[in-house]
Unconditional design. Structure first.
Length: 431
């Protein structure tokens, strides 16, 4: 039997994910050798702090003092980048590795979302792989599904719950009746949210993932025109109101191709409690793809954590071990295209609007007049007086209308003296 080729791996970045990957790879070398045409071997490790106490033991001979040496070493075949961030060391390492004809496996969504087009050009030129399954939804194999399993399909829409942290917070607010801050603290205590959770709760994390998915779905270059809203303005009252109206609130990432124009949007949405997407709770992620001829395909799983991310990383490493050289974005740079963006102004939604107002005569009629003048039709109105504070909370569900008309109405209302705080708008999806 012909002896299998050994492919040498350098892991750069040794946090929770890097440590778990090192431990898993080391323990499963023989199993991976059986399933692939080459044998993996970890020859180098690099991390910012070599002296940091870790649960794994790494021989001194494997440590690299300078992480950039991994990109230059002739011994290295595959570099696994687990540094994170779109700039600095991660960027330097991955660009250098591809230029030096090394295969790259990364979990870095920010890097791919920002520099994916440039990186794929270098990888394609040098006939090496740039693999990033772990960058989008952790253990949910959506990247490989789009590149391979759904390759025959013309995709018109991709949507889903793409961030486990925000989903866990919204789930805790719904199930445990917690405030936003308490739900966030709980997520941080359990390790589901970072000490600085801004990227997760302001929608940036979902936006990076959605840009990558859009490019794969629509055979296009990465498109930076994207509408982004997070969940940091949602309070317990919104969760309760949505529940009473038959909805749950989810942070969704949605990209659609309509009349050869792309619309990318990230924002909280009210979804019917009976819908599939409403059942995706906790740290789970789910992606729904509309394609022709397959119809609607759904894939769900753990969106984050060392175990789920390692599953994706091993999948990418195995693809390289089999000798499959593939285009990073499924097709060659020459075949990818720029797609015109469609603005959110032209999208049509029904919406949940919450207004806190001073409880005065004529307020309600003035509110309905403003909506009417902006051609926003009210489907349902609920008034919840608070006599102790001489104020009232008004919840409005609108009929379908252009997004632009909804935002114009709220801008007019913001200026009214009877409005307390900022008017709130949450779009209703698939009503």
């Amino acid at each position: 039997m012909k002896k299998k080729r050994i492919m040498n791996i350098a892991i750069v970045g040794l946090g929770n994910i890097g440590s778990y990957l090192y431990k898993f790879l080391s323990a499963n070398i023989k199993q991976l050798e059986k399933k692939n045409t080459s044998k993996p071997k970890i020859i180098f490790i690099s991390a910012k702090n070599i002296k940091k106490k870790r649960k794994i033991k790494i021989p001194k001979s494997k440590w690299l003092k300078n992480y950039m040496d991994a990109a230059k070493s002739k011994k290295v075949d595959i570099i696994v980048e687990l540094i994170g961030g779109a700039e600095g060391p991660a960027k330097n390492l991955v660009f250098s590795a591809l230029k030096n004809k090394k295969h790259v496996v990364t979990a870095n969504k920010a890097l791919i979302a920002k520099y994916g087009d440039d990186l794929s050009k270098i990888a394609e030129k040098n006939k090496v792989n740039l693999e990033y399954e772990a960058a989008v939804c952790g253990g949910v194999p959506i990247i490989r599904s789009l590149k391979e399993g759904l390759i025959a399909n013309r995709i018109s829409k991709v949507q889903g719950v793409l961030n486990g942290t925000s989903n866990y917070i919204l789930t805790s607010m719904y199930k445990d009746k917690l405030s936003f801050q308490k739900a966030l603290k709980k997520a941080q205590d359990l390790g589901y949210a970072e000490a600085n959770p801004s990227s997760d709760i302001n929608g940036d994390d979902v936006a990076s993932k959605l840009k990558i998915l859009s490019s794969l779905c629509f055979n296009s270059f990465l498109n930076n025109k994207i509408h982004i809203e997070g969940i940091n303005f949602i309070d317990k009252k919104d969760i309760i109101n949505a529940d009473k109206l038959g909805y749950k609130i989810k942070l969704l990432g949605i990209a659609e191709l309509i009349n050869n124009k792309i619309c990318q949007r990230v924002h909280p949405s009210l979804v019917k409690k009976t819908s599939y997407i409403a059942s995706i709770d906790g740290v789970l992620n789910a992606v729904i793809v509309d394609g022709d001829p397959v119809g609607q395909s759904t894939i769900q799983g753990e969106g984050a954590g060392p175990e789920a991310t390692t599953s994706a990383l091993i999948s990418d490493i195995s693809s390289i071990l089999r000798g499959n050289i593939k285009y990073p974005f499924s097709i060659s740079k020459k075949q990818r295209k720029k797609i015109i963006s469609d603005d959110m102004i032209n999208r049509v939604f029904s919406a949940y609007i919450k207004l806190d107002v001073k409880d005065k005569h004529g307020v309600l009629s003035n509110i309905t007049s403003i909506f009417s003048s902006n051609r926003v039709s009210i489907k349902r109105l609920i008034q919840d007086p608070n006599p102790n504070k001489l104020s009232s909370s008004i919840v409005i569900i609108t009929h379908n209308c252009k997004n632009d008309l909804l935002t114009k109405s709220l801008k007019k209302l913001e200026k009214k003296a009877y409005i307390i705080g900022k008017p709130k708008l949450i779009r209703i999806e698939n009503d």
